[in-house]
Structure formats: C-alpha cells, structure tokens
Design a binder for this molecule. Structure first.
Ligand code: FDA
Length: 524
C-alpha cells in the first residue's frame, strides 16, 4: 500500500487545523498567543499546530529518525508551523523575532542530535514539509529544489526528466536537502563530482529581518557560508539551485562481504592504501560490523561504467578483493540510488517519494577523518572493541573513500574543509532497539570508548569531524549562546580554518544571533 505523501496530507488539513490550533493556543502561554496573533496578522493562511491539538504529535514525530529524541522527556515545541510558501517562512521569522521565541527549522529531521526539533528554551519549529517542489531544467542542466524536499524526491524528479543527469548527494532517500546541503552532503558520486554543497549555484534564504535574498542580493560571503557551514546559523534556506552532473546510462553496483577468518583484515589494509587513489569513477565504501559473534567487512562499490570495465579496474588495483561478475549488477544511476538505500533495484522508483521511514531506531554516531592507513594492530584493536560490546549491541563503522574530485577542491572554497590531506572518513555508530537510560548509556559509553581508542590513529589538531554527523560530545552551548572560545571546541573540528570566516559572516549578517542552536556559529 502506498503511503500518502505527507505534504499533501498536511495541506489538506491545514484550514481545519488552524482553527483547532488557535482555539487551543488561547489557553496557552501569552508568548504563544502573541506569536499566533502576529502570524495571523501576517497571513490568515499559515498552518500551525499547538500541543494537545490533533496532528501535533503526528507532525512532530513524522520525520524524527533517532528514537533518542522521541521520549516523553524530550523538550517539545510550543507550536509547529508548516509554511505553504516563502512568505509564510518570512512571517514565522518576523513573529519569532518580535516575540523573543527561538526558531528551529526542520527539513528532513535527520539531525543526529535532534537539533531541528528540540531545544532547552521555549521554541517554535518551522517544518518545511509543505515546501518541497523540485523543478528540473534539463536544457540548463540545473534544478531549483525547495528546502523541504528529500534527497529521494530530488533524485526521482531528476530521473523522471533525464537518464543522463544525476546529483552527488547522500544515500538515504528520506534525508532533507535543507540540512544535508547546508552541511556538505557526501554520497557515491563524491569522488567524481564532490559534495552536494560543491554543486550548488544559487539559493533563496530568509534572513533574520524576514527578507528573502538570492545569491546576488545576499552576496558571495553569505552564499559561501550556507554551503557547508551547517544549518541553523545563517537563516532559513527556502530553496537551492543545484547543478546537475552527467551520469552514464549504465553504472555497476557490487557488494562483497568477508569475515575475519576469510582474510577481511588484509582487504581493509589494502583498501586503505588504494581507495583514495582509484579513478574518480570508482567508489568503494567499507562497512565493519559484528554479526552475532563474527566480525564482517563489506565492500560496497559504485562504478560509473559497465561490469567489464569495473572488473578490469578492480582486478588491476585491488585483485585481493576477488571481485567476480556474479557479484556485480549493471543498472541505471537512479537504480543505484535504490540499491544503496536497500531497495530492490528493479522495484518501483516511487518508493523514493515516501518520506516516512518505518525503520527508526536509537543511535549515536561520531566521525573522524584519516590521513594515514591504520596498521593491522589498530584494526585488531577496533575488532576488540566490537568483541567487547554487549551482546545486544550493534556496533558498526563506515569507512568512506576520499580523493578524486574531493581532493581537487580547495579547503576554503566552501566551509567544508576536509579535502586533499585525507584518505578516508570514518563514521562510528552504535544502534540499539531497547528503550531506557540503561541501554542508552551502555551504547553511548561504548561508542565513546571506541572514539577514545581511535584518538592516536586519526587526524589531530584539529581532530576533524563532519558537521552532518553532528556530535554534541564535541561541545555545545545552552540555547546557542556560546562565546567564540567555547564554539571553537566544535567549530574548528567541523570547519578548521574556515571557522574564522564563518564567525565573521555570522557576525555581519546575523549580529543579534537570532538563528542559533546548540552548536551554531557564534557572533563576536
Ligand atoms: P534536519 O531537518 O534535522 O536539519 C539538520 C540541521 O539543519 C538542523 O540544525 C536544522 O535546523 C538545519 N536546517 C534544516 N533545514 C534548514 C533550512 N532549510 N535552512 C537552514 N537550516 C536548516 N549525510 C551524508 O553526508 N551522506 C549520507 O549518505 C547521509 N545519510 C544519512 C542517513 C540517515 C539515516 C541519517 C539520519 C542521516 C544521514 N546523513 C547523511 C546526515 C545528514 O546529511 C544530516 O543529518 C543532515 O543535516 C540532515 O538534513 P535534514 O534536513 O534531514 O535534517
């Protein structure tokens, strides 16, 4: 059964809900009432939802991907506004500012630490679920994408118009472009074309005065900052203009798994030495995980070409992998999106339009960037951490290759600075299904121990991290009020030398620090 598109659902009910919401909000806090009055003065058609009204919880929970932030004790917004157009976003900004309310903007809701829908202080969520159109211009090789669209919607709409264009973003179709492009956006095409943020050519942004700016009117500094400087610091992006990239008619995807006793370590050792040096068309990602008591490594490959070409490349550079044609499947680029997202490649493409993901679990993640391959001793140490994890835990590590186009782009071209000095990026993950503080503590403690163990073997000064894999352990402030020195704790890890410029841009364009979150760019 096809799930109705949530945007349509929300639009249909909004008139009814405005009425419910207003009546409920009358008995709520004065600030909330004033905000609602202000919103209605701007336009009578702005949908919003107050707590204890129908659909408030449904909408709040609709895009939460991490069950850690779905508990009864998670702070909830005073109202959720779901704008239908840019003017509604402008009204939300103006009214939040006027009434001293913190605004959190949510696009796909995938923030690893829930920052788009939680806060320590009273707040409003502006959820862009209804602003998600994707307008592809094949002649120009570009598309305007509204910020509430998901990656799945972007990929689907591109493929609907053309089978020779694609876009280099992440692999999970429910991720929102609002947050994803704001922080970088890494996927299987990154070695060939760079990050999503490297391929943005214009944007529309609502600033702290409620004005709409495009690339020309915002100027190159602010346009620079919003492409990788992290969501939530500079304004509400309402739309991006992206440059489409050429993809061949046939790509090849393969998956090869080996357990430790089958020589998996030797393969990882070799992969580390070559993955970043391979032709840009060849992307091989590595996943380390535990299956019951056995340790398994999986090599997931995406190649921009045919199986024959892939086998030739791999047999030359990585013969130890033992890749056979029976491990490979040829398909179109859009089918490779399905395949990397765990859908059958021959299945219906419209699964990519389904925003609601049933598989949501508890998780915590951390990231690292690597300059030198790990030795076998280090690998053994990682496996020991996996062995030591409690039976109920599901420890995992992803090693994603760098090099290629990622290395050619200068460190300060956009705020994402992790470029030619790195050979790969590591994502450390703990997943779990059991509710409660005990399970949560056990998993998070384990992840922190693993991260501690990795310290000598990954980048130093700074120990680089990826903002899209947000990690509040790196430091955070209450209510986005960090000083420059406090914010450097995470800012330098995420942005290295670009942190300085981000602070300058922030101080110039949002001097009152209206757009803020627990890890936002500070004002000086
Ligand atoms: P969400 O709506 O939670 O926003 C994230 C942050 O951006 C928040 O601070 C929010 O306020 C801000 N924000 C959102 N919309 C904004 C807007 N319009 N204007 C300004 N600020 C805005 N990453 C990757 O690089 N490659 C990958 O393959 C994946 N895969 C992946 C899978 C899964 C299951 C998850 C949970 C996450 C990923 N990610 C990823 C990480 C992902 O890129 C990151 O979490 C993004 O910030 C998510 O963007 P959303 O819009 O979904 O999040």
């Amino acid at each position: 059964m096809e799930t109705p598109k949530s945007s349509t659902l929300f639009s249909q009910f909004y008139v009814l809900l405005v009425v419910f919401s207003i009546s409920c909000s009358a008995s709520s806090s004065p600030v909330q009432d004033n905000f609602v009055l202000c919103l209605n003065n701007q336009s009578s058609k702005i949908p919003f939802y107050a707590p204890n009204t129908p659909f408030y919880s449904t909408i709040l929970q609709s895009s939460i991907k991490n069950l850690r932030f779905l508990s009864s004790t998670t702070p909830k917004p005073q109202l959720i506004v779901t704008p239908l157009d840019d003017s509604h976003v402008q009204a939300s900004v103006i009214c939040c500012r006027k009434h001293g309310l913190q605004l959190k903007v949510r696009s796909g809701g995938h923030d690893y630490e829930g920052l788009s829908y939680t806060s320590d202080v009273p707040f409003i969520v502006v959820d862009l679920v209804n602003i998600g159109s994707v307008d592809v211009n094949v002649e120009e090789g570009s598309a305007w994408v509204q910020a509430g669209a998901t990656l799945g919607e972007v990929y689907y709409k591109i493929a609907e118009k053309s089978r020779t264009y694609g876009f280099p973003g992440g692999t999970c179709h429910t991720v929102g472009v609002g947050g994803h492009f704001s922080g970088g956006g890494y996927g299987t095409l990154a070695r060939k074309f760079g990050l999503a943020a490297d391929n943005i050519i214009d944007a529309r942004l609502v600033n702290a005065n409620g004005e709409i700016l495009d690339r020309k009117s915002m100027g190159e500094d602010l346009f620079w900052a919003i492409r990788g400087g992290g969501g939530g610091s500079f304004g509400v992006v309402v739309a991006w203009k992206i440059k489409l990239v050429p993809v061949p008619q046939t790509v090849t995807v393969s998956m090869v798994s080996r357990f430790l006793e089958q020589g998996a370590n030797a393969l990882v050792l070799k992969w580390q030495r070559i993955a970043h040096t391979l032709p840009k068309e060849l992307f091989i990602r590595v996943q380390l995980c535990r299956v019951d008591t056995r340790m398994r490594v999986t090599f997931q490959t995406m190649y921009l070409g045919t199986t024959d070409q892939l086998l030739k490349e791999v047999n030359q550079s990585f013969p130890e992998l033992g890749l056979r044609s029976s491990d490979c499947a040829e398909m179109s680029w859009i089918q490779s999106i399905l395949s990397f997202d765990d859908f059958p490649k021959d299945g219906a493409l419209d699964v990519l339009l389904n925003r609601t993901q049933t598989l949501t679990r508890f998780f915590k993640a951390k990231s690292d960037f690597v300059k030198e391959p790990f030795s076998e001793t280090v690998l053994r140490g990682i496996w020991k951490q996996f062995y030591d994890a409690d039976e109920a835990m599901q420890p995992m590590m992803f090693l994603s290759p760098y090099g290629g186009r990622l290395s050619e782009i200068g460190e300060s071209e956009i705020p994402f600075p992790h470029r030619k000095e790195y050979i790969n990026e590591v994502q450390h993950l703990a997943w779990w299904d059991k509710e409660g503080i005990e399970a949560s503590n056990k998993n998070i403690d384990w992840l922190r121990r693993l991260y501690g163990y990795m310290t000598p073997y990954v980048s130093q000064s700074p120990r680089a991290s990826y903002i899209n894999y947000r990690d509040l352990d790196l430091g955070h402030s209450s209510n986005g009020t960090a000083t420059y020195a406090q914010a450097s704790a995470w800012g330098v890890k995420y942005f290295n030398n670009n942190f300085e410029k981000l602070v300058q841009v922030k101080s110039k364009f949002d001097p009152d620090n209206f757009f803020r979150n627990e890890q936002s760019i500070p004002v000086v």
